[in-house]
Ligand binder design. Sequence first.
Ligand SMILES: NC(=O)c1ccc[n+]([C@@H]2O[C@H](COP(=O)([O-])OP(=O)(O)OC[C@H]3O[C@@H](n4cnc5c(N)ncnc54)[C@H](OP(=O)(O)O)[C@@H]3O)[C@@H](O)[C@H]2O)c1
Length: 291
Amino acid sequence: MKKEINGKTKIIGIIGKNIENSLSPLIHNQIILKHSLNFCYLPFQVAETDLCKVIQGIKALNIRGVNITFPYKEKAIKFLDEVEESARRIGAVNTIVNNKGALTGYNTDVIGFKKSLQEDGKFVIKEKKAVILGAGGAARAVVYALLEEGIKEICIFNRTLEKAKKIKQDLSSFFPKSRIIVFPLEEEDLKDKIEKAHLLVNTTSIGMAPRVDNTPLPDEKLFHPNLLVYDLIYHPAKTLFLKQAERAGAKIINGLPMLVYQGMESFYLWTGFKPEGEEVLEMIEKITQIA
Ligand SMILES: NC(=O)c1ccc[n+]([C@@H]2O[C@H](COP(=O)([O-])OP(=O)(O)OC[C@H]3O[C@@H](n4cnc5c(N)ncnc54)[C@H](OP(=O)(O)O)[C@@H]3O)[C@@H](O)[C@H]2O)c1
């Protein structure tokens, strides 16, 4: 195991607003140690007013790349030199790579979500119906992943309807065979759409620690046993949303597999080395006791 930092160590890291509880530094530095790679992954707590300077600073400091997290995934785009096509369509980046002073943005949340759904959830997306709660940056990646795999229908429910409408407007023309319908976060339509859905995904931050008594669904009777229920939150490991879904007999997945798999894709973009996602997931579950 390589433990020292030297003059050749390459810096990677994460930029966000409240990143004290982020698991990404732990995940990436564990891989670096395990495989004796000369990299170091650092957390950068950044105020919104400094975002432009900080992204320019990636070039100035010759940082190899960073993850971008809440709430900068959409805001970071305008400071980049290039944006990979799917990330541009989604309108959000979670990874920046510095290639000799040129910054390119990627969205590895798409592949992270898809892999966790298909491998951990054993879910076949094609021709299915999904209900998505939320319309922020993470929802955009989730919707894109489902559309890419040929989902039949996606119903997006969000407190701010305009944001759900914007996702539909930005993405539907690329996937004309799939239907996107948008709703405000209200019980009547939720009941009807969840009843007919195969997949229910919480992409809102409702239920995340420390506010663990909150849940985005107004009534736990809306869950049913034929649903795969997915919460992007991983802290706590089992949100109230997932506890209620499990009680109703639904299969559940939390946000940890997605976090690990998207992280492995970013790691590969920076280092050219791709660790086995399942192996890393097992290691992180053991260290954090999150499973
Ligand atoms: N597991 C992973 O790898 C992974 C990856 C990405 C994100 N995430 C998680 O996903 C969540 C969302 O992240 P994001 O980047 O999409 O954040 P975001 O862009 O800020 O979006 C937050 C979403 O939550 C909704 N929301 C927040 N508080 C609400 C409330 N009190 N009532 C109703 N709706 C509320 C927002 O609705 P409005 O539009 O009405 O404000 C919006 O739809 C976070 O918990 C994040 O940790 C996990």
